[in-house]
Ligand binder design. Structure first.
Ligand SMILES: [Zn+2]
Length: 257
């Protein structure tokens, strides 16, 4: 029996715990304390850590976890983070707890960013995409270009529509608030916004989300849509544009929103 559970950290991070038969894989432990608590409360031991990118809120818990569970393999991209023991690149696969994860390079938020795709999970394929794709939004471009991020999101868009998207932050409500300004006539979006408001009022997580729903409601996956293009072009006063210009202007608009 496989389970995937969120562990809340800091103010709005989710550290994901993939567990099977008493063993756990932890995704992006920015803080060790809530992870250790979760492992203890659920009778789990730590088998491996997987990392999506170098930001502190994704890696700062590694050392303490490895003190408590010595020799834990730590998988991650090529970067400055010294606690990573196994370096991964695009198209690599790793098998942990008999689960095979495919690795995708998804630069944009950072240059080292990778995502992990688990094709078999109880509720369909699962994508651990860190700060690349969020529910209703995408990560800020701290290091990469709009073109890199657009390509990375394009790679994610091509995955199976029933993929569950396990992102690393609870940003959904504010993302959707922005999305509703971009697409005020998108009915799927308006109904998602209402559902999300209700879940947050009940203090429930809004992730994972289905990729199919992201394709219908997330403006950053919809920069090929004529209504989105028109709205962004008007906002940014673009006379002529290609999809990359639209994506760059949409990201800049969200940064100032
Ligand atoms: Zn980040």
């Amino acid at each position: 029996m496989l389970s995937i559970s969120p562990i809340s950290a800091f103010s709005d991070n989710y550290i994901w715990c993939v567990a099977r038969e008493g063993k756990a894989i932890i995704v992006d432990p920015g803080d060790a304390a809530p992870v250790l608590k979760h492992l203890d409360e659920n009778g789990l031991s730590l088998s491996a850590i997987i990392i999506t990118h170098h930001h502190y809120d994704h890696v700062n818990g590694i050392e303490l976890l490895c003190e408590r569970y010595p020799n834990t393999p730590v998988y991650g991209p090529e970067n400055q983070c010294k606690s990573i023991t196994q370096r991964l690149k695009h198209d690599d696969t790793i098998t942990l707890l008999d689960l095979t994860f495919r690795v995708f390079a998804v630069p944009g938020h950072t240059l080292d960013h990778i995502a992990y795709y688990l094709e078999t999970s109880p509720s369909g394929p699962a994508l651990f995409c860190g700060d690349t794709l969020f529910a209703g939004g995408c990560g800020r471009l701290f290091e990469g270009t709009p073109k890199q991020m657009l390509n990375s999101l394009g790679l994610i868009q091509a995955l199976a529509a029933d993929t569950e998207v396990y992102c690393a932050h609870e940003y959904t409500l504010s993302n959707l608030r922005f999305a509703c300004v971009v697409e005020p006539n998108n009915r799927d979006l308006l109904s998602r916004f209402e559902d999300t408001q209700a879940r947050r009022q009940a203090d429930l997580p809004t992730v994972p989300s289905k990729l199919a729903l992201e394709l219908l409601t997330n403006p950053f996956l919809r920069t090929d849509n004529a209504a989105v293009q028109q709205q962004v072009a008007t906002h940014a006063a673009l006379k002529y544009w290609n999809q990359n210009d639209i994506f760059a202007s949409l990201r800049a608009w969200k940064d100032d929103f």
